[in-house]
Ligand binder design. Sequence first.
Ligand code: ITT
Length: 197
Amino acid sequence: MKKKLVFATGNANKTREFREMLDPEKYEVFSMKEAGIEVDIVEDGQTFEENALIKARAVAAHTDSIVVADDSGLEIDAFGGEPGVHSARYLGEDTPDEIKNQTILERMAEVPKEKRGARFVCAIAAVLPDGRELATKGVIEGYIGDKPMGENGFGYDPIFYVERYGVSTAAISPEQKNEISHRGQALRQMRDLLETL
Ligand code: ITT
C-alpha cells in the first residue's frame, strides 16, 4: 500500500525535489496546501534539527498522515557559518535570490579560494500518526564560486559550487543534484527509516 506523506513546507522547490526522489508507486506526497492545512509556524529553533521537528510537529497536529519536514540552509565559513538556520530570512525574507547571491559574492570579493568553503545542510524530521518521531541529516561540502552559474535548482544553488563537477549545483541536472545533495542524503535516509515501519 502507498504511504501517504504530508510535506510540511511552503517551499515549492523543496516539494519538487522531494517528489523527484520518492517513488510515486510507493509514496503519495501531499503539500500542506493539498492537505488543506494552514498553520503559521514560528521557526525559533537554534539548529536545523530543532526547526525541522518544530515544523513537523506543528503540521502533525492537523493530520493523521505521516508528516515530513525539511529545515535546510547554507553555512559559509567566511561568515562564521551564517546564514545557517537564517538562510531563508537572510538579507530579508522577500529579497530575491539573485540579489542575495550577488550580495554574498560582493562581500566575499576579497576572500581567496581556500577560504571560500561552504556547505548545504538539511535536517529532515518525521512525525508518525502514533506520535513517534524520526530524524535524519545530510550535508554537502562545497565552496562559494566567483560568479552565479546555472539555471537549475533554487535559492543559493547558483553560487554554491562542488569540487566533483567544478560548477554550481544550479549547473548540474536535477538528478545529479539529488544524488549528491544534502536533501538527497537526508531524504534517502528518511525513506529507509520509513521502509522499516
Ligand atoms: P519551509 O520552512 O516552509 O520548508 P523555507 O524556504 O522557509 O521553507 P527553510 O527555513 O528551511 O525553508 O530555509 C531554507 C533556505 O535555505 C531556502 O529558502 C533556500 O534559500 C536555502 N536552501 C535550502 N536548500 C537549498 C538548496 O537545495 N539549494 C539552494 N538553496 C537552498
